[in-house]
Design a protein around this ligand. Structure first.
Ligand code: CAO
Length: 453
């Protein structure tokens, strides 16, 4: 064993540089070429590597010290034979040089709060075919040490999109981790991902190239028979881009269930008969809106939105409903549905649905929903898998009710059964919660008195 001095190697044109980060401490076992500290001039930052492997005995520099070529950095205990190696043989890693795109062959070191497997997943989530680290850097060098740059590069994090929390806006390891988490939770999208969604959306989803998929087949349909080409409506183009983003970005799952609405339907028909002259027709959807409000109150995460690592719980109950219009799908919103009765909801729904069909909905009438229902009950079908209307976290799909034989313990009874399809965001909601939501919703629709309990 021998003690050797590790000194600052040749650092090029820099006369004196400040020590801004110490990366090792006494007692650490280090590898040859491992970074010991970060120094910074007014032009660039660089990491000073160790020329030898060994155990750090004593640090000879402190934060803020000015050092230059030959300055003593630390005393290192090394194996005797290692002491013979030239202590100046390792070059420092300069931030600008480190910025060049290199394949991410080095596995990231485990860091607090993120396991290596998570980091690998994060790298996959962040790495997009459209992301070119060189392009990022060409836009200007963000303030970060070479080790942070390397860490970001390994994860595919575009550093110029990361907000630095360190001194003078310096980007730290922690900032890179936070950015990665935000991307993974969907709270933040990299500019490259936004561009992909935009271009895929603009192409009506007909271009999978931006997502690394094989190209959409280009077929000359006229070769096979007569055709007519019609442009998509403006609404279809806008909703298409939104639907595509939501379908791709949300880990969505759909639970299907049936609920017994025999008594509720009898009540609805009787109510409409009694109020024939009012001009307001009550449909099943109005009851569904009220029942959903009760279920949202019982399971508030269904009435929330993701915001980074946090959930925003809404204390209002604005329920959107999908309306089929000649120009495409629109989603008007019944505001404060918890404070309205079935008649008022039915009346507002009728007015909003008419406005939607006439293309007269105002932006205020289409925004602010905290949960959405898509009812195909008037048309038909059994179940479907509705797409969540982001940033909401769940949507209820409803199909046409039919008379089914239901076993009551002694015999089959003809009951009117309503098929429900609840799609939910698995980042926020678990399968068990979704099943409970559907069961509770079914219980309310089965007997509305439960709302009072
Ligand atoms: N089961 C059986 N019958 C149902 C039903 C159900 N679940 N829901 C509605 N009906 C019946 C109604 O009672 C009504 O019957 P009558 O004419 O005999 O009274 C008939 O179907 C038509 O109802 P409606 O569709 O006019 O009224 P609504 O309140 O159910 O729906 C609206 C209103 C605007 C949501 C609907 O017209 C609509 O646009 N639905 C399509 C939504 C859509 O496109 N979703 C898909 C989105 S994903 O692309």
């Amino acid at each position: 064993m021998a003690i050797i001095e590790i000194k600052v190697p040749d650092i090029g044109d820099f006369a004196e540089v400040a020590v801004i980060e110490l990366l090792v401490k006494p007692g650490d076992t280090i590898r040859a070429e491992q970074s010991l500290m970060t120094v910074e001039s007014d032009k660039a930052s660089m990491e000073i590597p160790s020329s030898h492997a060994g155990v750090v005995k004593e640090l000879k520099v402190a934060l803020g010290d000015k050092v230059k070529e030959g300055s003593l950095v630390l005393l290192l205990e090394v194996a005797d034979e290692a002491a013979a190696v030239d202590a100046f043989s390792v070059a420092p890693a300069v931030a600008i040089a480190a910025a060049a795109p290199t394949p991410a062959t080095v596995r990231p070191e485990p860091v607090e709060g993120l396991a290596p497997a998570t980091l690998a997943t994060a790298a996959a989530a962040l790495a997009t075919p459209a992301h070119n680290p060189m392009a990022t850097l060409a836009q200007g060098l963000p303030h970060a040490s070479p080790s942070v740059r390397k860490f970001a590069r390994e994860l595919g994090v575009p550093l110029n999109e990361v907000k630095g929390s360190g001194l003078k806006g310096r980007i730290t390891d922690h900032d890179v981790q936070s950015f990665t988490r935000s991307v993974m939770t969907g709270a933040v999208q990299t500019l490259a991902a936004q561009a992909q969604v935009k271009s895929a959306g603009a192409a009506g989803g007909n271009d999978g190239a931006g997502l690394g998929l094989i190209p959409w087949p280009k077929v000359d349909f006229a070769k096979f028979g007569p055709i007519e080409r019609k442009e998509l409506s403006r609404i279809k183009k806008i909703s298409g881009a939104n639907l595509l983003r939501n379908a791709i970005m949300i880990p969505a799952v759909t639970n299907h269930d049936d609920c017994d609405i025999t008594d509720l339907e009898a009540f609805r028909v009787a109510t409409n008969k009694e109020n024939e002259k009012s001009g307001v027709k009550v449909t099943m959807l109005a009851f569904l809106i009220k029942a959903c409000v009760a279920a949202l109150k019982k399971y508030p995460e269904f009435n929330s939105s993701l915001d980074g690592d946090a959930l925003i719980y809404k204390q209002y109950f604005h329920i959107g409903f999908a309306a089929d219009t000649p120009n495409g799908l629109m989603v008007p919103v019944i505001k404060d549905a918890d404070q309205k009765g079935i008649f008022q909801i039915s009346q507002e729904m009728g007015e909003l649905a008419k406005k939607a069909r006439d293309g007269k909905l105002s932006p205020a009438e289409m925004t602010g929903a905290s949960f959405t229902i898509s009812s195909l009950g008037g048309i038909g079908g059994r179940y479907f898998t509705p797409i969540i209307n982001a940033p909401e976290v769940a949507i209820l799909g409803v199909c046409r009710s039919t008379i089914e034989p239901v076993w009551d313990g002694k015999a089959f009874q003809p009951r009117l059964m309503l098929p429900l399809s609840l799609t939910w965001d698995h980042r926020v909601i678990d399968g068990a919660a979704a099943a409970r939501f559907n069961v509770y919703l079914g219980q309310i629709l089965g007997d509305f008195r439960r709302v009072l309990l």
